[in-house]
Design a protein around this ligand. Structure first.
Ligand SMILES: NC(=O)c1ccc[n+]([C@@H]2O[C@H](COP(=O)([O-])OP(=O)(O)OC[C@H]3O[C@@H](n4cnc5c(N)ncnc54)[C@H](OP(=O)(O)O)[C@@H]3O)[C@@H](O)[C@H]2O)c1
Length: 527
């Protein structure tokens, strides 16, 4: 069973004691005591004794990315003494020969030995040679860690774990390597590292223990766990892992949803898709696609001849990929990709549910779409497809006109108008798709100076979800209009993704609650 190990940078005995207690309480299996700045064995010994969890003692020299300034002989003495008190010591491959006597001692008389190799800048050119040298030692555990050049490096870490010759730790550092830390358990690593949170990480990309346990559902991860994720750049502030992992938890779906950092170019997206879908042991089963990859996803799926939902094609963006796997008649593994756009469906579902109508009834409605960017386009395509009479109000009229020309007379009608004309509008539905009023400038409101006549029959839908209740929605409510917050749109698109991937009814109320509580928290940017 893969151990969850909290790395603690040791300063003094009390601090170690307090942090070990916190790690134990939060569910860690073991700790790594980083004693780089401790100079005497007695203190290290005390630290080990005070630990209620099994301890790995590591005293990393500067030549391997650590801070230890001791003479090499003193460092090795300190480690050798710890090797009779701790559960494990970690010794670098280059230094192992210097404690050869220790590594040949019977295991009953010494701590376990983790023999390690780290590269803090890139993937070592001789990765597999290093691995075989690590495997050839007498050490009990082989540990190979490098800095991911891109997300694809994680796949090599997974292959190393799958083909391990002895208990192995294989991790990628950096933001692109985060998934190697979380999926270590799926691939049977000896351990993975987590931090106590805040600024306590001892290596780049280390995930906090709390996130590992609660956000990424560490305890439920196993070899069969299906993998999902959001493909984006940047990705770490996305709310999607929180919403989908909470949903998996609620219905006991054996899945984990990850942040997948893929650089913005089409080539990077394609390389990611080709490699991640090819590794069957990864069980990649579904992807959310967001900035800057929605067009890349459409192009990639088009080139692969995959099924793409027609409206996703006309919107020009895929935000969801379903990966269906099965066996052909001759027993070969088969994989099919499907591309969808759950954003337009979310917009339509929010509106039709609030008005208690069917999509087909939209033909009886006049809708003002305010904004002609990506979200405006998505709304226009969906609404016009179901026959609504749409007017696009935008600051830049040419942009609105170009969008109107593209979708006019396909089914519904689509016209363009300058934003300043909005005050004369008599539409029943207003869908707001600009960034005006969005955090960090919540004082903005597109109705300022442009407010149409609103009444109890009007519906005002703001795509902005931060703040949850924008000034636009407050103004609309004050005039008796019905309102919908961008939170609903965000939740609905995630609900559709969940149901597409799992075939189960999504726990919408739980998903909504996750979004609302995240938005109430201190940090987030966008999905
Ligand atoms: N709830 C959800 O799930 C969800 C999902 C995605 C996006 N959104 C929201 O949708 C909104 C638009 O996103 P997007 O991706 O469509 O952005 P986008 O492609 O950059 O388009 C921005 C739109 O806002 C207009 N705009 C920007 N600043 C303006 C200003 N000061 N005055 C008037 N108009 C202004 C632009 O008008 P010009 O053409 O004149 O520049 C354009 O129409 C954002 O608020 C975002 O939070 C919500």
């Amino acid at each position: 069973m893969t151990q969850l190990c909290v790395a603690i940078f040791a300063r003094d005995v009390q601090q170690v004691q307090a942090q070990v207690a916190a790690a134990a309480e939060a569910g860690a299996d073991m700790i790594e005591l980083r004693v780089d700045n401790i100079t005497d064995s007695a203190t290290v010994s005390q630290m080990i004794q005070t630990s209620s969890l099994p301890a790995i003692v590591t005293c990393r020299p500067t030549w391997e990315g650590g801070h230890c300034q001791l003479e090499e002989s003193q460092r090795l003495t300190l480690l050798s003494e710890a090797a009779h008190r701790s559960a494990y010591i970690d010794i670098e491959l280059k230094a192992l020969a210097s404690i050869a006597g220790l590594s040949t001692e019977p295991r009953t008389r010494r701590s376990g030995i983790i023999c390690s190799s780290h590269d803090f800048t890139t993937r070592p050119a001789k990765l597999y040679q290093l691995l075989s040298e690590l495997n050839d030692t007498n050490a009990d555990v082989a540990k190979i860690v490098w800095t991911a050049r891109s997300i694809r490096d994680n796949l090599e870490a997974f292959e190393i774990l799958l083909n391990r010759a002895k208990p192995t730790i294989a991790l990628c550092m950096g933001e692109a390597g985060v998934i190697s830390r979380i999926l270590a358990k799926k691939f049977g690593a000896f351990l993975t590292f987590a931090s106590l949170g805040g600024d306590q990480a001892t290596a780049p990309g280390q995930v906090s223990l709390q996130d590992m346990k609660r956000l990424y559902r560490w305890d439920t991860i196993g070899p069969e766990t299906r993998v999902y994720g959001v493909v984006a750049q940047p990705v770490m502030h996305s709310m999607s892992p929180a919403i989908h992992n909470a949903a998996f938890d609620a219905v006991n779906h054996d899945g984990v949803y990850l942040p997948l950092l893929v650089e913005g170019s089409y080539e990077s997206f394609k390389a990611f898709m080709e490699t991640f879908t090819a590794m069957t042991a990864l069980d990649l089963s579904g992807l959310s696609i967001t900035l800057p990859h929605k067009e890349n996803a459409l192009r990639y799926l088009g080139e692969k001849g995959a099924h793409i939902e027609p409206l996703a094609k006309s919107i020009g963006a895929v935000n969801t990929i379903a990966i269906d796997r099965g066996q052909s008649a001759d027993g070969n593994q088969q994989m099919q990709l499907r591309g969808l756009n759950t954003d337009y469906a979310a917009i339509l579902d929010c509106i039709t549910e609030r008005l208690n109508i069917q999509r087909q009834d939209l033909r009886k409605y006049q809708v003002a779409v305010i904004g002609a960017g990506g979200t405006g386009r998505t709304a226009v395509a969906g609404l016009a497809h179901y026959g609504a009479q749409v007017t696009i109000y935008n600051r830049n009229l040419d942009r609105a006109q170009a969008l109107a020309d593209e979708f006019d007379q396909k089914i519904g009608s689509v016209k363009a108008a300058p934003l300043t004309e909005l005050k004369h509008s008599r539409c029943q539905i207003y869908f707001h798709a600009t960034s005006v009023g969005m955090y960090p400038k919540p004082e903005g409101c597109v109705f300022d100076g442009n407010c149409p006549a609103l009444n109890g029959q009007s519906l005002v839908f703001d795509s902005i979800y931060n703040p949850i209740e924008t000034r636009l929605l407050k103004l609309a409510s004050s005039k008796g209009a019905k309102t919908i917050s961008g939170v609903e749109m965000f939740v609905r698109q995630a609900v559709s993704q969940f149901e597409t991937w799992t075939g189960q009814t999504a726990p919408m109320q739980i998903m909504r609650q996750v979004v609302i509580s995240r938005l109430a928290g201190p940090q987030f940017e966008s999905r």
